[in-house]
Structure formats: C-alpha cells, structure tokens
Design a protein around this ligand. Structure first.
Ligand SMILES: Nc1ncnc2c1ncn2[C@@H]1O[C@H](COP(=O)(O)OP(=O)(O)OP(=O)(O)O)[C@@H](O)[C@H]1O
Ligand SMILES: [Mg+2]
Length: 247
C-alpha cells in the first residue's frame, strides 16, 4: 500500500478537491482508502457522505479502531474513513503515532492499494500523524507569492517529521492548482517553485474549473462525472503522473 498525504498549511489550496479526485480516480482500478482527517468533513461530502458526530476517524484518538469508521462511497473500490465533526485536537495531550499504530495493528496495508489522507490547514497533531505514515506528500498550491512561501514551509514540516521519526523522507510533489497560463504572476510563481524546489517535483497544473467547486453539491467527484471537463482531464493527468512517480 502507498500512502499519499495531501497537505498544505495554507487554507483553500485545493487539498480536499485534490484528495477526493485522486482517491476516486485511483479507485477506478485499485482498492483505495480515503481518510478525511480535517474535521470540516469536506472530503466526506465530496464522496457522497458526511462527517460523523460520534464515530469518525478521529475516534482513533479515543481508542477506537480505524476499521470501525469505514463507510462505503460513490465508488465500489473506494472506502471512506469520515471526519468526526467536533473532535478538538487541542483538548488532548500527546497524540503522536496513533494513526501509525492503527495502520500496523489493523494491517491496513493488506486491504488497500492506496491510502489518501486529506489534512487540515494547520500544523497540528493531525498533520503530524499523517506525515508519520506518508510514502508521498502532494502539496497543492495556488500559484502566487504566498503560495510559494507556503510550499517551502510545508516542505520543511515534511523534513522535520522524517528526521524526528528517523524514517525515509516521503516523496514530495508540488501541484499547481487554479492555474491560469495567461496570468503572468502564475507563470512567475511556477518558475520560482522550479528554481527553489526543483523542476522534478512539479506536477502539470490543474486549471480553474467551476465543475470542481460544484462537485461538492452533488457528492460526486468530477472524475466520475458524465461530462468531460477540464477538471476531469487535469486530475486524470495528475493521477497518471503521480502513479508513474510512486508506482
Ligand atoms: N481547480 C479549481 N477550479 C475552481 N475552483 C476550485 C478548484 N480547486 C478547488 N476549487 C474550489 O476552491 C475552494 C477551496 O478548495 P478546497 O476546499 O479543495 O481547498 P482546501 O485546501 O481543502 O481548503 P481547506 O484549507 O479549507 O481545507 C473550494 O470552494 C473548491 O471547490
Ligand atoms: Mg480541505
């Protein structure tokens, strides 16, 4: 099983949109677990479900098993571990390693080819738990100056997690989102990311597509939609690029 964490501390950078479409696209040929680790529960909405009041993924911090939270979704091969809406990470003490221990104890890798984790826009215990199990990290970013700054901050968090855990560094890829090739500032931001973090880390961009925003109303990701759209084409290409990269 490959675990792919979709993360950026910057809010509104299409983490959830990316996690939902990536997970669903992979599920067309593989068995996939989508973990909605953001208590906003938006990834759950994206695959036709809702955050739970009592038994979401965050119940693992109260001693529940990960498997207990599993729900079916809009796709047969896609399983959801939904968010628990009112979990307050700051009410708890040291939460390190809880997700990693669940993965090991419940032998999650035996049941899925991929695990995709959608994370909250904060450097908190939820993000840290996610990074502890990451084989790859995808950082979606809106291409402007603060977007590039956030990518640097996120890369630093990934390095810190690996060095603290004494584990191999996750493969980090950077995904430009809501990209418009006619906007000079967008091109400049991509050039900055290439120079600063290496062209090899950069995925082909996702353009602006209102269908990607509307998919949450229907609970059906665009990659499952009837209509061919720019968003569908871009997320398919991204999924292929990621698969080629991590296997
Ligand atoms: N390529 C796109 N084109 C148009 N709208 C998009 C695109 N990608 C995402 N959006 C919209 O932008 C908003 C933010 O996206 P999303 O919720 O995926 O970001 P996020 O990083 O998960 O946010 P948060 O930090 O709150 O978790 C949403 O309304 C989403 O529908
Ligand atoms: Mg989100």
């Amino acid at each position: 099983m490959k675990t792919i964490v979709v993360s950026n501390r910057k809010g509104g950078s299409a983490k959830t949109t990316t996690a939902v479409n990536l997970a669903t696209e992979l599920a067309r040929s593989s068995s996939v677990l989508l973990i909605d680790f953001d208590t906003q529960g938006h990834a759950s909405l994206g695959v036709g479900s809702e955050a739970s009041e009592t038994n979401g993924i965050h119940a693992i911090f109260h001693g529940r098993t990960l498997c207990e939270t599993f729900l079916p979704t809009v796709h047969d091969r896609l399983t959801l571990a939904p968010a628990m809406a009112f979990f307050d990470v700051y009410e708890h003490g040291d939460l390190g390693g809880v997700l990693r221990r669940c993965f090991e104890r419940e032998q999650i890798a035996e049941f899925f080819d991929y695990c995709i984790i959608d994370t909250p826009p904060t450097l908190d215990a939820l993000l840290k738990n996610s990074l502890e199990v990451a084989d790859a990290v995808v950082i979606p970013f809106v291409p402007h100056h603060l977007g590039t700054v956030a990518v640097g901050q996120m890369l630093r968090a990934v390095y810190q997690s690996a060095s603290k855990m004494g584990r191999e560094l996750a493969d980090v890829g950077i995904l430009p989102v809501m990209y418009n090739p006619h906007i000079e500032a967008h091109q400049d931001a991509l050039q900055t990311v290439r120079t600063r973090f290496g062209a090899g880390r950069l995925f082909s961009p996702i353009g602006i597509d209102i269908g990607l925003a509307r998919q949450f109303e229907e609970g059906v990701p665009v990659v499952l939609g009837e209509k061919r759209s720019k968003g569908l084409r871009d997320y398919r290409r991204f999924t292929e690029e990621l698969r080629a990269r991590i296997g």
